[in-house]
Write a protein that binds this ligand. Structure first.
Ligand code: ADP
Ligand code: MG
Length: 279
């Protein structure tokens, strides 16, 4: 479990400081898929970097399985448990062949070669990219590169996967590939995922959504609860997926729709049914 208590983060020296996080209390449970949302500059990346001690609290505490990120003696163990994937897959690539890329982390740790081969096979399979084993990373599509980057983290056998806008630089196909892969990892391996995004439609399948605003938690709950609060989301400057907004407007105008989040198909059926009634 990851626990965040009263986390404050200030960048820079007084009087030129930016308070990026202004008191965050949050726990991420075992096996949970938590989506972290919010407009540019609200503190998502700063928060993500605290989870594996890339940044340390100015005030408050971050605990990973009870180990404080502020304790230098725990640094190595925390980094092993919490894998990070960033926006730009190119900046995460170091090798000229996919399998070397994926082997890089465990090789540095001195993991025996046979064990490294086993882990590579397993990680590439988990991400559906076995066929790319001997491919050249810079010839891959964005979605493939990002899945290689995730595989490179997976071979370290983390318990937590923290992803900071992993689809921001991808085309729609790449985005779907990566999102699908992350959900598969979560259901097949029981990984705990903290998924940072500003694409609202990517959070529909999360267990919980947390929206940040100016370094504070502004809104949280199951996707169905959060998306029911359309006005608040709009005030946060977040785009609401068009079918979610449409459902909300139609419900407000009296269309009989199931409670909570409705998918595009359910919505289309309800509209069709109503249309037939009106004929
Ligand atoms: N290294 C830094 N030095 C100074 N200010 C920073 C630094 N990194 C981020 N900030 C500031 O902290 C705030 C939160 O940034 P960030 O966590 O990157 O937001 P997000 O990821 O939600 O876009 C912003 O005001 C940003 O300008
Ligand atoms: Mg960011």
């Amino acid at each position: 479990m990851i626990e965040i208590h009263g986390l404050v983060h200030r960048f820079g020296e007084a009087p030129e400081t930016t308070e990026a996080l202004r008191g965050i209390d949050l726990a991420v449970g075992e096996g949970e898929f938590l989506a972290l949302l919010g407009p540019n500059g609200c503190g998502k990346t700063t928060l993500a970097k605290h989870l594996n001690a890339l940044l340390l609290p100015t005030e408050g505490e971050v605990l990973v399985d009870g180990r404080s990120t502020s304790d230098p003696a725990e640094l190595w163990e925390i980094r092993r448990r919490v894998g990070m994937v960033f926006q730009d897959p190119d900046r995460q690539m170091v090798a000229s062949v996919v399998e070397e890329e994926v082997a890089f982390g465990p090789e540095n740790l001195g993991v025996p070669p046979a064990e490294i081969r086993r882990r590579i096979g397993w990680a590439l399979e988990a991400l559906g990219i076995q066929a790319l084993r001997r491919a050249e990373p810079n010839l891959l599509s964005g979605g493939q590169k990002q899945r290689v980057a995730i595989a490179s983290v997976l071979v370290m056998e983390p318990r937590y996967l923290v992803m900071d806008e992993p689809t921001a630089m991808l085309d729609p196909l790449g985005r779907r590939e990566v999102l699908r892969a992350v959900h598969d990892l979560r259901s097949n391996l029981g990984l705990t995922v903290l998924y940072v995004t500003h694409h609202m439609e990517e959070v529909l399948q999360a267990d919980r959504v947390v929206a940040l605003q100016e370094g504070r938690v502004a809104l949280q709950g199951a996707p169905s609860e959060v998306f029911a609060r359309v006005e608040e989301l709009r005030n946060l400057g977040l785009d609401i997926p068009s079918h979610v907004e449409l459902a909300w407007r139609l419900r407000a105008s009296g269309l009989d729709l199931p409670e909570g989040l409705v998918g595009e198909e359910v919505l289309a059926e309800a509209v069709l049914r109503r249309w037939r009634e009106l004929q």
